[in-house]
Design a binder for this molecule. Structure first.
Ligand SMILES: CC(C)(COP(=O)(O)OP(=O)(O)OC[C@H]1O[C@@H](n2cnc3c(N)ncnc32)[C@H](O)[C@@H]1OP(=O)(O)O)[C@@H](O)C(=O)NCCC(=O)NCCS
Length: 185
């Protein structure tokens, strides 16, 4: 069982569990086509956002392999919702994790994804004891690739036409960072 303490505070951000009153915020980000553009879901209506929020409300601790943390990224001083970060335990035996992020377009370009993801890497390596953390994205998602590079992740693979997404074949870019690389940085 891995149950971190919350909130996780960074210089500008408050990373905290979702609350039932976050539904409008969930709709405001995941209801947008520009946010879902490179992801395998369509913009969410209220029903889909409610289902996501119900899942996220439980994602505050990890009890079994395959489970993850799904947390709100909010501004530290005001608690204004700006996005989310996720960290999933992919393999307990091999101590492998996967990280992901989404930031509301109104709050993009300020380094928030990088700042929040860095805290999740810290959590993954220093508290959960992971050995390797990966992130994957559509090769056209240049902002996300830039975040991975700023985090010190290495490009491990560029799979061609690996996913059939929204009517077309798209590639998959895989980045990773080892615990040893994290410590060295
Ligand atoms: C990917 C995402 C989370 C980045 O959030 P963010 O808070 O803006 O990220 P940061 O500010 O930490 O860093 C973004 C970097 O990408 C750069 N960037 C943004 N758009 C870019 C583009 N179209 N081409 C190249 N670089 C781009 C920014 O300049 C910045 O780099 P810099 O610090 O060197 O200037 C955000 O764009 C998003 O939520 N997208 C929609 C959801 C999504 O695709 N999630 C990722 C799934 S893998």
């Amino acid at each position: 069982m891995f149950a971190p303490t919350y909130p996780r505070l960074t210089g500008r951000l408050r990373i905290r569990p979702y609350r039932a009153d976050d539904l409008d915020s969930v709709m405001s980000i995941f209801g947008r086509a520009d946010v879902s553009r490179y992801l395998n879901w369509e913009p969410m209506d209220r029903e889909a956002a409610t289902a996501l929020l119900e899942r996220r409300l439980k994602q505050t601790r990890i009890e079994h392999e395959g489970e993850g943390l799904g947390l709100v990224v909010a501004e530290r001083e005001t608690d204004r919702f700006v996005g989310e970060v996720v960290l999933r335990l992919m393999s307990e035996a091999s101590r492998q994790g996967e990280i992901g992020w989404s930031i509301h377009p109104d709050a993009q370009g300020r380094g928030y994804a990088t700042e929040a993801a860095r805290e999740m890497l810290r959590l993954g390596f220093e508290e959960l004891g992971l050995h390797r953390i990966v992130a994957e994205c559509d090769p056209r998602n240049e902002a996300s690739i830039r975040v991975m590079e700023k985090l010190g992740m290495r490009r491990e693979a560029h799979h061609l036409e690996a996913i059939y997404l929204k009517g077309e074949w798209v590639g998959s870019m895989v980045y990773a960072i080892l615990a040893s690389e994290w410590r060295a940085a």
